[in-house]
Design a protein around this ligand. Structure first.
Ligand code: WT7
Length: 664
C-alpha cells in the first residue's frame, strides 16, 4: 500500500477539529505535569532513560547507558537485573514504608464462568518462587526456551515471571493459534518445556488446549517436559482420554506442592533475553521478536507510569491476551514493575451477556481501562443500552491500542464508557518496539479524536518519504530515528532478516516501522495502517503471505493471493483470491474446506471472510501478483494504475466477476 494514495481516509481525518484538553482535576493529580519534559528528554535521551532505569532494582549497576552499533543496540551495558525481582520482590520487601505492598492485590482474576482468585503481592511472590524451583528441578537453565500455551489464568503470569526469575526465555503462543502454529513456534525456539492447561473457557465452550498441544508435541523433539494447569481442580479428564503421558506430562499443582518456597533469582544481564514473541511479517514465516531484560523493563515501567498515570489505588485492566505483546508489556511487566493491581478476565465480552465487561468494571471498581478499537466498534454495534446496565463511575482513564481508532469510535468511547470525564490515550506501538512509542500523556496532552498525538518523551519518531526526507505535510512512512531501550534486539536465529526488514529502507540507523502516517500542523501523528503485506484483523497481526501459504497447502489450490479489505468492525477482513488446480471445480464445499484448512494451519483468527475463485491472478510482467489491484476489487473501488500488468484483461474479468458475486 502506498500511504500517499490514501487520500479519502486523510480527508476524513483532517476534518477532525475537535480538541480535548486534560480535565483540570486530572491534570492536578497526574503523575506528570511538566511540559518541558519533552525538550529535556529530546536534548539528552540517554540521561532521560537512565533516570528511569535507576528507579528499578539492579543487582549490579551498568557501565554505559547505550552502545549503538547500528542496527544493534545494547542498553545499560554490563548491568545485572532480574525482571521477576522488579515485578514482585521489591514490592514485598523493599518499597517505601514497611512492606507497603505485601498484602496489596497484585492480580485479580475472574474466569469466564465467574470463578475468581486474588493474589496479593506476597502470594505472587511465593508462587513465582515455587514455580522457578519447579522449572529448575525439571532441568531448565538460564537461556533455555520455555513455550507457554495457556488460557488467561493467573498461572500464565506466574509462568512468565518464573521463567524470568531463573533467566529462562519464555515464548508465549496465543491460545487461539492452531496446533501447527504452536508446533512451528516450538520448533523454531527449540523449547525444552511446554506449559499449558487442560482447557480454557471461551463463550461457554471448553477450548482443549492440551489436546491441541498433543498434536504439536508429536513433532517437537526438543520438548522434554509438559506442565499442565488443571483449569478446574479435580475435574480433569485428560488421563481417561489418553492425553496425559507419564514421565513427560506433569500437573502444575503437583509440582508446585513439592516445591520449596524460595528460589534465588538469577543475576541476568541487562542484555540477556527475557522473551521471544512470534509475530507476522511479509513472508510466510513468523518472526521471533527478541526482547532483552534491562531496556525492556525500563521502557514498559516508564510508559506504564506516565501513559496510564497509575496510582497505588488504581485497579488497572488491559483486555489484551498475554499471547500478544500488549499482554506482555501492559498486563505483566509494566503494571507489576509499578506495583499496580492488575485485573484480568479469561473469557468473551458477550458471555453470558453483552454487558460482561461493564459488569466487571463495576464489580472490581476498575479505574484504568485499556482495550482495542475493534472491541470498541463491537460495543458500539451492540448499543449503549448494554453500557448503561453497569456503574462505570470508577473509571478515570481509557486507553486504545492495536490499530488506528476512527474518530467516531474515539468519541463513543469517550462519551459512553468514559462519561466524558476520562482522558483517552490512543497508543501506537508494535511487538518490535516493546513499549508505547506515540501517545498522549493524559495530564498534559490535548487530544484529537483519531490521532495518537506525539512521541513519548525520549522517543524520536518521524514521518519520512521514500527517500528518507522528513515529510511536513502529506503522507509518508513512520520511522524511529534513534535507538530506544525497549527496542527489539534481533529476530531469533535470523539477524539478517532483522537488518533487512527494519533497518534497510533508509540506512542502518533508521527504524522502518511498516506503518503509514501523516503529521498535522501541530506535528500530531495520524496513523493510516500498514504499508507492507501485513494485515490487521480485529487487532491481530496476520501476514498475507502466511495465509497464502496455508491456502496453497490445500491439495486443490494452485495459487492464491490474499488481501485485507476494510471492515467496519474488524478493521480489516481477509479476502482470498484462489486459482484451482486442473481437475478441481469451484464449489461452496470447497470454500468451506479451504477456510477450515487455514484455521487448521494458523488458527481461527486467520479464517478468510471470503474466497473468490479465479482462473488467473493479476500479475506484473515479472510475475509479481498485484495485491493492490485485488484490494481495489475487494473494496469495490475504481481500479488503480494497471499499466504494469502483463495482461490487463485478467483484472477486468476479475472485477466483473466480483461485482457479480457481490450483487448476486
Ligand atoms: C501494528 C503493530 C503493540 C500494540 C498491539 C499490536 C498497528 C497498533 C496502533 C494505534 C494505529 C496501531 C500498527 C502497528 N497499531 N497500535 N494506536 N494506531 N495503529 O501490536 O501486533 O505488533 O501490531 O499495529 O499498524 O504497526 P502488533
Amino acid at each position: 500500500m502506498n500511504p500517499l494514495n490514501q487520500d479519502q481516509n486523510l480527508e476524513v481525518l483532517l476534518q477532525e477539529n475537535r480538541r480535548f484538553l486534560p480535565p483540570s482535576s486530572f491534570q492536578k493529580s497526574a503523575n506528570l505535569h511538566d511540559f518541558e519534559i519533552y525538550e529535556k528528554a529530546a536534548n539528552d535521551p540517554e540521561t532521560f532513560w537512565a533516570g528511569w532505569a535507576r528507579k528499578l532494582d539492579w543487582m549490579q549497576p551498568w557501565k554505559k547507558v547505550l552502545e549503538w552499533k547500528p542496527p544493534h543496540a545494547k542498553w545499560f551495558v554490563d548491568g545485572k537485573i532480574n525482571a521477576s525481582v522488579n515485578c514482585v520482590d521489591r514490592h514485598v520487601f523493599q518499597d517505601a514504608g514497611p512492606n507497603a505492598k505485601r498484602n496489596k492485590a497484585a492480580i485479580i482474576w475472574e474466569g469466564e464462568p465467574g470463578d475468581t482468585r486474588t493474589l496479593t503481592y506476597f502470594d505472587l511472590y511465593r508462587e513465582v518462587n515455587q514455580f522457578a524451583n519447579v522449572l529448575r528441578k525439571l532441568g531448565v537453565k538460564k537461556g533455555d526456551r520455555v513455550a507457554i500455551y495457556m488460557p488467561l489464568v493467573p498461572e500464565l503470569m506466574v509462568a512468565c515471571l518464573g521463567c524470568a526469575r531463573i533467566g529462562a526465555v519464555h515464548s508465549v503462543v496465543f491460545g487461539g493459534f492452531s496446533a501447527e502454529a504452536l508446533r512451528d513456534r516450538i520448533q523454531d525456539a527449540e523449547a525444552k518445556v511446554l506449559i499449558t492447561a487442560d482447557f480454557g473457557w471461551r463463550r461457554g465452550q471448553k477450548i482443549s488446549l492440551k489436546k491441541m498441544a498433543d498434536q504439536a508435541l508429536a513433532e517437537t523433539p526438543t520438548i522434554q517436559h509438559v506442565i499442565v494447569v488443571e483449569r478446574e481442580r479435580g475435574h480433569s479428564t485428560l488421563h481417561n482420554e489418553g492425553h496425559f503421558k507419564e514421565g513427560r506430562d506433569h500437573w502444575w499443582h503437583e509440582l508446585m506442592a513439592q516445591s520449596p518456597a524460595y528460589a534465588e533469582p538469577e543475576e541476568t544481564d541487562a542484555e540477556d533475553m527475557l522473551f521471544i514473541l512470534y509475530t507476522s511479517g511479509t513472508t510466510g514465516k513468523p518472526k521471533g521478536i527478541v526482547h532483552t531484560t534491562g531496556g525492556y523493563l525500563t521502557g514498559v515501567y516508564a510508559t506504564t507510569q506516565w501513559v496510564f498515570d497509575l496510582k497505588d489505588q488504581d485497579v488497572y485492566w488491559c483486555t489484551a491476551d498475554i499471547g500478544w505483546i500488549t499482554g506482555h508489556s501492559y498486563v505483566i511487566y509494566g503494571p507489576l514493575s509499578n506495583g499496580a493491581t492488575v485485573f484480568i478476565y479469561e473469557g468473551a465480552p458477550d458471555y453470558p451477556d453483552k454487558d460482561r465487561f461493564w459488569k466487571l468494571i463495576e464489580k472490581y471498581g476498575v479505574s484504568v481501562f485499556y482495550t482495542a478499537p475493534t472491541a470498541i466498534r463491537t460495543f458500539m454495534k451492540w448499543g449503549v443500552d448494554w453500557t448503561k446496565r453497569a456503574d462505570l463511575s470508577s473509571l478515570r482513564l481509557l486507553g486504545s491500542v492495536g490499530e488506528p481508532i476512527n474518530p467516531e469510535a474515539w468519541m463513543w468511547y469517550h462519551e459512553h464508557i468514559g462519561g466524558k470525564r476520562c482522558p483517552v490515550v490512543d497508543t501506537w506501538w508494535q511487538t518490535e518496539t516493546g513499549s508505547i512509542m506515540i501517545t498522549p500523556l493524559p495530564g498534559i496532552t490535548t487530544t484529537k479524536p483519531g490521532s495518537a498525538t506525539v512521541a513519548f518523551p525520549g522517543i524520536s519518531a518521524e514521518v519520512l518519504n521514500e527517500k528518507g526526507e522528513r515529510v511536513e505535510n502529506g503522507g509518508g512512512y513512520v520511522a524511529i530515528t534513534k535507538p530506544w531501550p525497549s527496542m527489539l534486539r534481533t529476530l531469533y536465529k535470523d539477524d539478517a532478516r532483522y537488518v533487512k526488514t527494519y533497518w534497510s529502507k533508509w540506512g542502518k540507523d533508521i527504524y522502518f516501522a511498516g506503518d503509514g502516517a501523516r503529521r498535522d500542523d501541530d506535528g500530531y501523528f495520524w496513523f493510516m495502517g500498514r504499508v507492507d503485506d501485513v494485515m490487521n484483523v480485529a487487532g491481530h497481526r496476520i501476514g498475507t503471505m502466511e495465509v497464502e501459504s496455508a491456502i496453497v497447502d490445500h491439495p486443490s489450490v494452485a495459487e492464491s493471493a490474499v488481501v485485507g479489505k476494510n471492515h467496519e468492525i474488524k478493521g480489516q477482513a481477509i479476502i482470498a483470491f484462489v486459482t484451482l488446480k486442473e481437475g478441481f471445480t469451484p464449489s461452496e464445499d470447497l470454500v468451506k474446506e479451504i477456510k477450515n484448512h487455514v484455521v487448521k494451519k494458523i488458527g481461527s483468527l486467520a479464517r478468510p471472510e471470503d474466497i473468490l475463485f479465479s482462473a488467473d491472478l493479476p500479475k506484473t510482467r515479472s510475475g509479481k501478483i498485484m495485491r493492490r489491484l485485488l484490494r481495489d476489487i475487494a473494496e469495490g473501488k475504481a481500479l488503480g494504475d494497471t499499466t504494469t500488468l502483463a495482461d490487463p484483461a485478467v483484472i477486468q474479468r476479475l472485477k466483473a466477476q466480483y461485482e457479480e458475486s457481490e450483487g448476486g
